[in-house]
Design a protein. Structure first.
Length: 176
């Protein structure tokens, strides 16, 4: 019990083998008991946030794709409804647009921020649990990261005054 408490006190990413293939894993304010240690959350546990089940998805324009666990991504010409956190206005018609997992060395320039940031540092600063970072959706074109889903768009997507977005991307969850 003392070792389990010490593990919890260490915070995000801490883990402790409880025996008989049972692990205690800490994800910020969440404690998970798992039958085996996995550096990433089991996919079925991660349904409160969108997680990509594959490395990359090319988005149909317009169209909708399933991300799994009830989450979808939809590109549209019309302004969508839904939680603003999961919506981004796109001033680009660059193709192809992809939702992908982050890659080593990924950087972007958050709108309103001070210069370029690594996605790793950005996720840490925003306290995205380590287990979610690996499969967190990132919108990219062939050259750069355009949007960290739910958090910030790159300066490249900033709309000049009076310009309407070319496209809208919305992530949403359909409850079963």
């Amino acid at each position: 019990m003392i070792a389990a408490r010490a593990t919890i006190a260490r915070g995000d990413g801490a883990r402790y083998h409880l025996g008989d293939k049972l692990w205690l894993v800490v994800f910020y304010n969440t404690i998970v008991l798992s039958p085996e240690y996995q550096p990433e959350l089991p996919f079925e546990v991660a349904s409160e946030y969108p997680q990509l089940p594959v490395d990359e998805l090319t988005l149909p324009v317009p169209g909708r794709v399933s991300l799994g666990n009830g989450w979808y991504a939809e590109l549209s010409d019309d302004p969508p409804t839904g939680e603003p956190r999961w919506i981004v206005a796109l001033n680009t018609s660059a193709r192809p647009l992809r939702l992908r997992r982050r890659r080593t060395g990924d950087r972007f320039r958050p709108q309103g921020g001070r210069g370029s940031r690594s996605l790793q540092d950005y996720f840490v600063d925003r306290k995205v649990p380590r287990a979610f970072r690996y499969a967190w959706p990132v919108l990219a074109d062939t050259e750069r990261v355009l949007w960290v889903a739910g958090y910030a768009a790159d300066e490249a997507l900033a709309l000049p005054p009076g310009q309407e977005p070319a496209l809208w991307l919305r992530l949403f969850r359909l409850d079963d």
